[in-house]
Design a protein around this ligand. Structure first.
Ligand SMILES: [Zn+2]
Length: 476
């Protein structure tokens, strides 16, 4: 009996020890496990941008239980957010996420930005033009009906409707209200008016684009006519034509000269005797007479143009291979020289006119009064110094003159113009002559000036950006 009891108590003792050992091991294992466990958030975007009215996040923090010793442990944990995302309002939401496992805990934060980058929509009624009044509604994905905020403006026979939503997204629609006033489409050809090639030099057709007055791209509608044979000396005209939805047609031409034409500038060096005839203040009533004289003599000149009712002549000037430079839109000194901003505004205006009729803007400039003018001093000191520097930096070439025909001052007749001009030219190798095609008597001297020039070994050229620089001293 006693032995049996002893045996029993020995068994109990053994079980106790075993239990103790097991518990101790478990405790050690648990301690080891918890001290090496941690919570990690799966990769997510810390900043989410959501376009209103969407309400789905592309990622959200999700906690996982991990362990340093046992890499295979990866248990997704319940993760709670401290606040609800407000998808119905634009703005920034900051949300803190918490995941825990017993006494292990970790947090993550995410910002969610609700934005509106969608433009409002302007919708016109089907028969909007029949009643004379155009009816429409404007609707925005966030602001709702904003018809009463539409701003309208009529320009060149086109009514523009502009609407901006509360997030700054702007939509513009246009409706034609008077077709007769709508400007013709504009073709932009990315080359100079005259392209000169040596015999057998490769001709790369210039790129071009076209748009109607509503800004609609018409490039694909442009018809290109003409071809260039670079193996034969000659003049080739390439014609670009486009007709818009209103039946308005624009044509732009480019002249390609191949071979040893008298205008081939590749042989011009500082010893070549060159006359650059330049005409300011046109086009005007006598410009066509001048163009006929130049054509008859096969001479190209340079026209520094202003805005006038003869603007349409810019097309002929350009097509006949003359250079066009920007003189001024208004020619009002007190306006254009009152500030640099005013000058640039005026320059932009005349560039638009030039582009409308020739398909491209110009890099040639002649300042009203020349760069040496002192009249600008009373409107804006130092403006000539600054403009001449800035424009050169912007890639423009401005030209003054070194021969004054005097047609705006000391010459009163064609004979005066002729005598004063040739006597000044004869002292120069390269002469930039100032005349005005707004003066008939001045135009009447051109034929004789050309004859004299040719007899005396001069060639006549239009100015280009590469032409010799003729600049006056600047006094303001
Ligand atoms: Zn002028």
């Amino acid at each position: 009996m006693a032995l049996e009891t002893k045996q029993q108590s020995g068994k109990k003792f053994n079980i106790k020890i075993a239990l103790f050992v097991i518990i101790a091991i478990l405790f050690v294992v648990a301690t080891a496990f918890f001290s090496t466990s941690y919570i990690e958030f799966a990769p997510y975007n810390e900043h989410e941008v959501i376009e209103y009215p969407q309400n789905v996040l592309s990622s959200q923090p999700q906690g996982h239980l991990k362990n340093e010793l046992f890499a295979f442990i990866d248990i997704p944990l319940k993760t709670t957010a401290d606040t609800k995302i407000n998808f119905s309002e634009l703005g920034l939401n900051t949300v803190k996420y918490t995941a825990d496992f017993l006494f292990i805990k970790n947090t993550a934060s995410q910002t969610i930005e609700i934005v509106d980058t969608t433009k409002p929509i302007i919708q016109f009624a089907e028969d909007s033009l029949t009643g004379g009044q155009i009816s429409y509604i404007a609707y925005d994905n966030y602001d709702g009906d904003i018809t009463d905020q539409v701003e309208t403006e009529i320009k060149n026979g086109i009514e523009f409707f502009t609407i901006t939503d509360s997030s700054g997204n702007t939509a513009v629609e246009a409706k034609v209200v008077d077709i007769s006033q709508v400007p013709k489409p504009i073709i932009t050809v990315n080359s100079t008016n005259v392209v000169r090639l040596k015999l057998n030099e490769e001709y790369t057709p210039p790129t071009f684009s076209a748009a109607d007055a509503l800004g609609e791209d018409l490039t694909a509608e442009v018809v290109v006519e003409g071809s260039v044979d670079t193996s034969a000396n000659g003049r080739y005209t390439i014609k670009y034509t486009v007709t818009d939805q209103f039946g308005k047609t624009t044509t732009v031409k480019r002249l390609v000269i191949v071979g040893n034409d008298t205008l081939d500038t590749s042989h011009i060096d500082k010893n070549t005797k060159v006359i650059y005839l330049t005409f300011d203040d046109g086009p005007g009533p006598y410009t066509e007479i001048l163009l006929d004289v130049l054509k008859k003599n096969d001479v190209q000149a340079t026209f520094f143009v202003v805005n006038s009712k003869y603007n349409h002549l810019l097309q002929r000037i350009s097509e006949e291979g003359h250079a066009i430079g920007a003189h001024t839109f208004s020619h009002v000194y007190s306006d254009i020289y009152s500030s640099k901003e005013k000058y640039y505004q005026d320059l932009n205006n005349i560039q638009s006119v030039i582009k409308e009729y020739t398909g491209s803007e110009t890099k040639l400039i002649r300042f009203p009064g020349g760069s040496s003018n002192t009249v600008s001093k009373k409107y804006c000191p130092k403006i000539m110094t600054e403009l001449s520097q800035e424009l050169t930096e912007q890639g423009y070439a401005y030209f003054d003159w070194n021969v004054d025909s005097g047609d705006a001052s000391f010459s009163k007749t064609a004979e005066d113009v002729y005598n004063n001009t040739i006597s000044a030219i004869s002292k120069k190798k390269q002469a930039v002559v100032l005349q005005h095609d707004t003066k008939l008597f001045s135009i009447q001297a051109v034929d004789d000036i050309i004859k004299w020039g040719k007899q005396n070994g001069y060639v006549f050229l239009p100015l280009t950006e590469e032409s010799p620089v003729v600049h006056h001293s600047i006094y303001n």
